[in-house]
Design a protein around this ligand. Structure first.
Ligand SMILES: [Zn+2]
Length: 469
């Protein structure tokens, strides 16, 4: 998932780069209307989401589920008659959860109390009999450091919640998630034997949320896991009450050698400038919890549906519009890096990269990850984007998979859906297709189709379309 920190666009709407007031819609209103009727009348994205999640629910990079997802994405594009459907090989990291993940509160004289736990992606295993140790609770790395030797030999418990007072849940996530990413490293530096982290969610319930974590070469590796927010609250209360408790943590996860996998692409070839490309994408891999419906099955099927809507309506884009299912966003970004490095890119010029990776909820608009000339042009389209409920066009980060291309100078666009519920489901057993509304999902595909089509017809201001390295 992406982190779309945003700031309002400072430029007023309806001004071109030369400062002239222009017709804001350029005649795209009828196309917006046709896309809406075609999309909402069927709606096609959800059927694909059901196929993807039922055939390849668990599809972490390098797994059998990921292989199935690659084959299915290719088939979905072929069934819709896309051109140039093919795989682009990438090597991906491979981590397996294993069969055992357990955590218990151990209190003298009482029966052990189970906690809802899951290993963080990339963690090492515990010894087979588990690790049993006392617990130190902290809310920051500073607090842990100040404990000094008092933390040594303990399990460190990071319990700083996502801040519910923030409007943007992605910002709340961003401010808390270092505990998950770097908690094991910081814990090991303080002599801790394992790291537990409060799940990254605003929901208070019994479901743990996984996600990526990392180690540092020079620092001892310790196992790391997330516990549910309810168990985090319980553990915290018991520690405050001075219970002489310990925690027993048992994990059997492991890292295997890198494995071959692939990005999947297919396109509608441009009628006038086929070598100029607008990418619409999402990431095909997902954590091995739930079914990766919002993260990011939604973004994948929206990309395919966006192209299929354009095809169904008989629209003939002047430039090539390409759907890309990126592999390995969650624990490596090898697909995003592989895309820009593929030799095929040398003969292409990329005009724009569009990604949906913030859930399949009702869209509000796009984050525009580009210079002011591009943002000015995009703001001219605001009235027509409003016709598909996607007129909120803010400057901000676009998407992780497309970030290597954006860093190379290609304008990026990140679909910006309503996000209050996203982290209730994110990276957990709750991220299943029943949490996705077919109409809301389809609206994202419609918004992407309209934006991609307008860019394909008009291009973006000169000087911003960069040929990747
Ligand atoms: Zn994602």
């Amino acid at each position: 998932m992406k982190i779309p920190f945003f700031v309002p666009l400072l430029l007023a709407g309806c001004l071109t780069a030369s400062g002239q007031v222009t017709d804001s819609t350029n005649g795209y209103d009828p196309i917006a209307g046709k896309l809406l009727r075609a999309g909402l009348g069927r709606p096609g994205a959800y059927g694909m989401l059901e196929r993807l999640t039922s055939h390849a629910g668990h599809r972490l990079s390098g797994s059998a589920g990921a292989d199935t997802a690659v084959e299915l994405a290719k088939r979905l594009m072929e069934e819709r008659g896309f051109s140039n459907v093919h795989l682009e090989q990438v090597m991906v990291p491979r981590w397996e959860r294993g069969t055992t993940e357990k955590a218990f509160l151990v209190i003298p004289g009482k029966a052990n109390i189970p906690m809802a736990v899951c290993a963080l992606g990339g963690s090492i295993a515990t010894p087979a009999g588990g690790i049993t140790a006392g617990v130190v609770e902290v809310r920051s790395f500073d607090e842990l450091e100040h404990l000094g030797t008092a933390a040594s030999g303990k399990i460190v418990f990071f319990n700083r919640p996502m801040d519910p007072s923030l409007l943007n849940t992605f910002e709340a996530y961003e401010r808390a998630v270092e505990q998950r990413y770097r908690g094991a490293v910081q814990g090991a530096k303080s002599g801790c034997v394992a790291a537990l982290v409060r799940s990254m969610t605003l929901a208070i319930d019994g479901v743990p949320h996984t996600g990526g974590m990392g180690y540092q070469d020079s620092v001892k590796k310790i196992p790391a896991a997330a516990i549910s927010t309810k168990d985090a609250e319980k553990l915290s209360a018991l520690l405050r009450a001075g219970e002489p408790l310990r925690v027993r943590l048992t994990l059997s996860c492991r890292t295997l050698p890198d494995a071959p996998s692939a990005n999947v692409t297919g396109e509608i070839t441009g009628t006038e400038k086929p070598g100029e490309v607008i990418v619409v994408g999402g990431h095909l891999d997902a954590w091995d919890k739930g079914a990766g419906a919002h993260d990011d099955g939604a973004g994948c099927v929206q990309a395919i549906e966006a192209l299929d809507l354009i095809r169904t309506l008989g629209l003939k884009p002047g430039r090539t519009i390409r759907a890309v299912m990126f592999m390995n966003e969650e624990n490596g970004l090898r697909g995003g890096r592989g895309y820009i490095a593929d030799p095929l890119r040398r003969s292409e010029k990329h005009i724009a990269m569009i990604e949906s990776d913030a859930g399949g909820f009702a869209p509000r608009g796009f984050f525009v990850d580009a210079d002011s000339a591009v943002r000015t042009q995009v703001l001219r389209w605001k009235p027509v984007m409003e016709k598909v409920n996607a007129g909120r066009l803010l400057a901000g980060r676009s998407g992780a998979d497309i970030s290597p291309m954006v860093a190379a100078g290609v304008p990026g666009f990140g679909l910006d859906p309503e996000n209050h519920r996203y982290f209730d489901y994110h990276h957990s057993d709750k991220d299943t297709p029943d949490k996705v509304n077919p109409r809301e999902l389809e609206m994202g595909a419609i918004a992407e189709a309209l934006l991609a089509y307008m860019i394909a017809q008009e291009g973006l201001p000169a000087g911003t379309a960069t040929r990747p390295r």
